[in-house]
Design a protein around this ligand. Sequence first.
Ligand SMILES: O=C(O)CCC(=O)C(=O)O
Length: 264
Amino acid sequence: MATPRLRTLAEEQVRQFRLNGFLTVRDVLSAEEIEALAAHTDLIAAGKVAHIPETSIQLEKMFREGTRNITDQVLSVRKLFNLAVYDEVMWSHVTNPRIVDIIVDLLGSDDIKLYGDQLFMKAPVTGTEQPWHQDSASWRDIFPMDLVTAWTSIDHAMVENGCLNFVPGTHRWGMMRHKQLAWFLEDLGSDQWPVVAAPLRPGSISFHHSLVLHQSNANLSGQRRRGYAVHYMRAASQRDESVTDAPKMPPFKQVRGRSFVGRV
Ligand SMILES: O=C(O)CCC(=O)C(=O)O
């Protein structure tokens, strides 16, 4: 079978993604595009965008449970989610051809839908960690388990303020159950399973497979670390309705190409 022509990536980049389960691409978006995204993000977090429901704004636990007082609403938010289905600015990011062309290259398919989106705010000092996980362990109703996330750095994401960390190759292990993950975490960071940090400057994007293990540390620095994670899937994916413990998502919107009867 002929290898499909790549739209934007080099073959070596696709090979790296297949090998490691993640790939970083520098400077996909311009400074102006990132400034607009950053400003809109903070408006949403401040609750000032009327068409975004309150349920799409999740505060850090300490603010939710009142163990710490809110002095700044924006810096109290842990994450914003399901934005693009309601909001044109976020939707135009999701459908940005420079990002979607990369997704098409990584999935080897022209037919793409949006699974969902999450904007992790990770505020200075109060931004908490995201523990080690595989995305498809949550999204376990979607098959095949090869969704791809485009994580756009809005601020400088560094080791100090909690950039993403990956364990290369773990997407080739299949979905790990709780106990299997616990075994593996005991050994993490050893020569066997090295952890790779993915620092990014604003406008750069890391792409990750939905089975690769990843996490981010708490932000103990004085610098913000916002990242917009957009989760794409094949339009030909199946959703298993008998799976009852997966997130309840809004209808999946078409990003590019064809949709298929009876599929997501
Ligand atoms: O931004 C973070 O800290 C976590 C992101 C993440 O887990 C994801 O995009 O799947």
